[in-house]
Design a protein around this ligand. Structure first.
Ligand code: ADP
Ligand code: GLC
Length: 485
């Protein structure tokens, strides 16, 4: 099966969150299952072509695309995903992609990703490569099925191409003013209240994608159910209702070559479930670096996160001082909303013996905290899948999570009636529920035998992509069977 995988980020070239990890690992797993897969991603200025051994394709230079009144040119570069033969095509358009960050609040944000999506299709034409499936991811690629079915309908190359659209986070929908339709070259005919392009008086890329794709998926079974409700649908539940028979949830996997305590080159001591003393040595080193005192009986709780409302850290605000009276240390790595950055900065100042805060993005430190912590905190309000809890489980770092989305599908609460739990979870979206769950975890940490059992439970689970890659192949077949002409 020939798969074109289009995404706005792809590790190790560019990553702001879990989508980058998925786009850098799922295609490799699909290739191992026999798919012929090619990945497409924008060439942001942060991607250094020399570092990644990328080459400009001579024949694919200065390809013109009309964006509204403008003609914008792009080039195509080529590389492979590390330790694989998966081909990656980079859409190089400096006017749009040479910005400080991959995503912006600039007023041409719509144009940037309209260009990307048209460029993917134009590149496929020049490659004369006819994919069976285009696997789109999030709003930045959600117009591809619309372009295929309207603007490029004439091209026989795509006659049998179907689209699977994966929603990684329904909170981000790509809503723009109606003028954006002109930029996309689509006709205003489909823009009318409640029409396929319109949502709350905006031109909504994600809505259009949901309506024009053969199959829609999201990144965990629980989130697939949640987004069809008013509480979690972020205004898209009505649109999803019209496609309810075509919506599936496939749990993300993790790249066990990258996130593996046995081989991780970012951590000072590598370990397995049979050499857990080395994990304690990681903890010692981690605390040394954070200038905190090591104590075997004091658990370290790690946090690694984008700071966005979704992640639920405001649950900590009202109970923080009560929480800090418990016996634990806290290591925080993250960046995002000012209020959360400031909260964690001030916490480190108020509790210098217990808390260390690193504001920023640091991949090496993310691995080190995952390995050196005893627990990992993810109190998300909603979480489509979440990768950090799976990385933590793989590293024997016990997750404490709110029971929602992919967190509910991967973390099973340990308690006296469920001794098979691999972590701790709470249902209520309240500070009290969070506080009492942390308390429960800290108490059980004192019972070394039980704690080890919980750690081993997680370490012995299989979070690799193998199973989910097979499920995606089933969905690709469903998309082909659903093919809309
Ligand atoms: P989301 O995509 O919503 O941010 P995920 O749990 O799916 O959440 O993925 C987050 C990814 O980003 C993980 O690989 C995590 O380690 C990484 N990450 C988040 N914040 C940072 C940071 N400040 N530094 C390094 N890595 C980070
Ligand atoms: C999104 C979600 C996260 C998910 C990731 C990869 O960023 O917030 O839960 O793990 O996409 O699918």
């Amino acid at each position: 099966m020939k798969i074109c995988f289009a995404a706005s980020e792809c590790f190790p070239f560019v990553k702001t969150g879990g989508l980058g990890d998925v786009a850098g690992s799922l295609p490799k797993a699909l290739a191992e299952e026999g798919c012929d897969i090619r990945v497409f991603v924008p060439l942001y200025s942060g991607i250094k072509t020399i570092d990644h051994n990328l080459n400009l394709i001579d024949e694919f230079q200065d390809i013109p695309v009309n964006i509204g009144d403008k003609t914008v040119n792009f080039n195509v570069w080529y590389g492979t995903l590390p330790e694989s033969e998966v081909e990656v095509y980079f859409i190089d358009c400096p006017v749009y992609f040479h910005r400080e960050t991959p995503y912006t609040n600039d007023n041409d944000e719509d144009e940037r990703f309209i260009l990307f999506q048209i460029a993917v299709i134009e590149t496929l034409q020049r490659l004369e490569w006819s994919p069976d499936i285009i696997h789109c991811n999030d709003w930045q690629t959600a117009l591809i099925p619309v372009f295929l079915k309207i603007k490029y309908k004439w091209d026989k190359l795509f006659e049998n191409t179907s689209v699977l659209l994966s929603i990684h986070n329904i909170g981000y929908q790509g809503r723009f003013s109606s003028g954006s339709i002109y930029n996309s070259g689509l006709s205003y005919e489909l823009y009318y209240p409640e029409g396929p392009f319109e949502l709350d008086s905006s031109f909504c890329f994600l809505k259009a994608g949901i309506l024009f794709s053969e199959i829609i998926s999201t990144v965990s079974p629980t989130y697939a159910r949640e987004i069809q409700t008013k509480q979690f649908g972020a205004g898209m539940e009505g649109v999803l209702e019209t496609r309810k028979d075509d919506i599936y949830g496939v749990l993300n996997g993790i790249d066990t070559n990258i996130w593996n305590p046995k081989t991780d080159s970012y951590i000072p001591f590598r370990y397995t479930s049979r050499s857990l003393k080395k994990k304690i040595q990681c903890k010692q080193e981690l605390l040394k670096g954070a200038e905190l005192e090591f104590n075997e009986n004091t658990p370290v709780i790690g946090i690694i996160s984008r700071f966005a409302g979704q992640k639920g850290f405001d649950l900590l605000f009202p109970v923080i001082h009560e929480m800090m009276s418990l016996n634990f240390q806290l290591l925080i790595l993250g960046s995002g909303e000012d209020k959360t950055e400031n909260f964690f900065r001030e916490l480190a100042l108020a509790y210098p013996q217990k808390v260390n805060t690193y504001i920023g993005y640091n991949n090496k430190l993310a691995h080190f905290i995952t390995a050196g912590s005893d627990m990992f905190l993810m109190p998300s309000k909603y979480e489509p899948c979440g990768l950090n809890q799976m990385y933590s489980l793989n590293y024997g770092t016990v997750p404490i999570v709110r029971k929602t989305g992919g967190l509910a599908d991967t973390v099973k609460d340990y308690h006296e009636f469920n001794e098979n739990g691999n972590g701790f979870s709470f249902k209520d979206d309240t500070p009290f529920a969070l506080l009492s769950t942390i308390k429960r975890a800290v108490d059980i940490f004192g019972d070394k035998k039980t704690w080890k059992k919980i750690m081993l439970k997680g370490m012995n689970e299989d979070f690799s992509w193998k199973h989910s890659a097979k499920l995606y192949i089933d969905l690709y077949k469903k998309a082909q069977a659903n093919h809309i002409i």
